[in-house]
Write a protein that binds this ligand. Sequence first.
Ligand SMILES: C[S@@+](CC[C@H](N)C(=O)[O-])C[C@H]1O[C@@H](n2cnc3c(N)ncnc32)[C@H](O)[C@@H]1O
Length: 276
Amino acid sequence: MAHAAELYVQEDSATAMMGSYGSAVRLVADAAAEILVLWATNQPAMRQHNSFVRQSSHSLSLDTCGHLLSILQSPSSMGTPGVTGAVMWDSGVVLAKFIEHAVDSKRLLLKGKKVVELGSGCGLIGCVAAILGASVILTDLHDRLKLLKKNVDANVGNQGNVRGSARVMELTWGDDLGPVFLNPLPDFVIGSDVIYSEDAVRDLIQTLRQLSGTHTTIFLAGELRNDAVLECFLEAAMEVFQIGYIDQAQWHPEYRSQRVVLFVLVKKLGQEKNVI
Ligand SMILES: C[S@@+](CC[C@H](N)C(=O)[O-])C[C@H]1O[C@@H](n2cnc3c(N)ncnc32)[C@H](O)[C@@H]1O
């Protein structure tokens, strides 16, 4: 598998192998053009959203790697101003099943790898990565950690068929990170629906930048909900990262949605200074 520094562009099209992901992806060259293409081809406003989750339910069950995960949600928190992550959206399920499918089809190796999940919310994706063999740190804001810990304990703690490990830690985007995150830098950083507010973009990118070394591969799933926010993120992230769009053909065949987008990011060479 190619590493960030070995990224190459095929001659006939703008695709490339990126980081430790074993399939070619389409390179994102221009943020505004990408948004136009995504909204024109996916027509998100015309599509049903949340096909894979029920936000009014207190738990979500998902079969992953032969393991029935039960993820608690807190529907009553949805009305609390400023609180997100208390219930799942489709992008989280899509990213979790994409990771499972990529491991199954040998395009991704998680066993023994260090993974940091940002804005874990209910924790589904980090739990799946741990079941697949990674050492995962699931992170979120301080007041989100109680539900997250409950879900990690219930789904990963002391389960015989979990190959890796999972722990929960507070991480606020933009804050300086401690050695547990940086030494060594993670092999993978993952996050779903973390691009949802223009105000948070700068801090999110600062954290992605701090967590990324030359061997780090980032997977981000997004909801096609707000074109301005996604464009703002892509434009700022492209200064630091090479971004690839992962085509739905590479997703889990039963978990595809026109309202969700998956990107892979690797740090550009020469971006070693972690300040934007
Ligand atoms: C829309 S939710 C997505 C949650 C989860 N990844 C999912 O897909 O269900 C966004 C998550 O990012 C977290 N978050 C928002 N701003 C943050 C910040 N500044 N630092 C750390 N986490 C943040 C929220 O607490 C929430 O869990």
